[in-house]
Write a protein that binds this ligand. Sequence first.
Ligand SMILES: [Zn+2]
Length: 197
Amino acid sequence: MSEYGYLKDEMKKAAKRAYDISLQSGDGGNLSVRIDGKELILIKASGASFGHLEDDDIVLVDFNGTLVSGDKKPSREILTHIAIYTQRKDVTAIFHSHSPWSVSIAQSSEILPTISLPLEMKVGRVPVFNIGASHADEEVAATVKELLKDNPLIKAFIQKRHGIFSLSSDIVKAEHTAELIEEAAQIALLSKISSPN
Ligand SMILES: [Zn+2]
């Protein structure tokens, strides 16, 4: 088994599940885990698809975003992941997907509506934040840090026009939380059809 084989297997499992249920299409989205006790992150390489992630599609980087091991370029959203790990010592796994219902609800909400009781019980508040036109640069990283300072216990947030970020100590659980968020966003939008007022 390759170095960090277990962690890579868990990342591949979470990614495949997300792809199979259309939580993430194509080669978008990314996921990472922090190596216990170290300022090192395993993260999906840029351009790799959740649908068929291989060991060499997962690279090791340090907290400066510098490649430590692997041949591929880390996800372009590495700065956002580092910002989360820096701000939240309890988080060791991050799952991120461009899930359509969640991105849609974020257009008209500052927080994910908690019509869904399972969301309220298992995840709690899921804030939506808007960082303007940027996608994943240093401005986004700084905004994410501020968001997490203001909301220190959240398990997830949605970046407007972008997608879900789910924070956990386990990458499979982080993917499950993203599923629940997408489901809750779908319920919230469908409820506008069933009771528009
Ligand atoms: Zn993204």
